[in-house]
Design a protein. Structure first.
Lengths: 111, 112
């Protein structure tokens, strides 16, 4: 598998439910970031977690990082129709180096 | 809130033509990047730029590609002779080096 792979590839849930997406990576990292992309649009930064952090919250978002397992999860609580988008994890080996993106999870929230 | 802006939002070009994609990064950022995303695929790194020179480039960034920071604000990606497979969304990004990367809305390049 490649650096940064999300699962599931696609996820459909009812509005109000929680959505969990996972990301795995292969090499050591400095940080891991999650981005959202609405269809055909730009990448919106959601949250950054550094390698020495285990959990981070931002509004309805909760991100965990397990460096021993080289994995991260993104939890969106109380989902809304507007959360429908593709979600990508991206890893950085150093603070200012390129980001390596995962394959993405396409999330659909059913009203 | 400061943002990265890209122009044009959509460009259609004939195969073999040169295109220049433009980006205005956030003003106090020091690191600049170009990424591309072929339709339905993952976002791929093309090149990073710091201190007026390329700091890293991917295998995709061959001799047909070049980047410039012609003045204090613009950051451009030039494709000299476009191919059909260059059709993609191209994203510019910038960062301070200590926080997240900020991405522009992208330029959709269609080569016909």
């Amino acid at each position: 598998s490649q650096q940064g792979e999300e699962d599931p590839q696609a996820l459909s849930i009812q509005e109000g439910e929680n959505a969990t997406m996972n990301c795995s990576y292969k090499t050591s990292i400095n940080n891991l970031q999650w981005y959202r992309q609405n269809s055909g649009r730009g990448l919106v930064h959601l949250i950054l977690i550094r390698s020495n952090e285990r959990e981070k919250h931002s509004g309805r978002l909760r991100v965990t990082l397990d460096t021993s397992k080289k994995s991260s999860s993104l939890l969106i609580t109380a989902s809304r129709a507007a959360d429908t988008a593709s979600y990508f994890c991206a890893t950085g080996k150093f603070g200012n180096e390129k980001l390596t993106f995962g394959t993405g999870t396409r999330l659909t929230i059913i009203p | 809130e400061p943002e990265v802006t890209q122009t044009p939002s959509h460009q259609v070009t004939q195969m073999g033509q040169e295109v220049i994609l433009r980006c205005v990064p956030i003003s106090n950022h020091l690191y600049f990047y170009w990424y591309r995303q072929i339709l339905g695929q993952k976002v791929e790194f093309l090149v990073s730029f710091y201190n007026n020179e390329i700091s890293e480039k991917s295998e995709i960034f061959d001799d047909q590609f070049s980047v410039e920071r012609p003045d204090g604000s613009n950051f451009t990606l030039k494709i000299r002779s476009t191919k059909l497979e260059d059709s993609a969304m191209y994203f510019c990004a910038s960062m301070t080096g200590r926080t997240e990367a900020f991405f522009g809305q992208g330029t959709r390049l269609t080569v016909v």
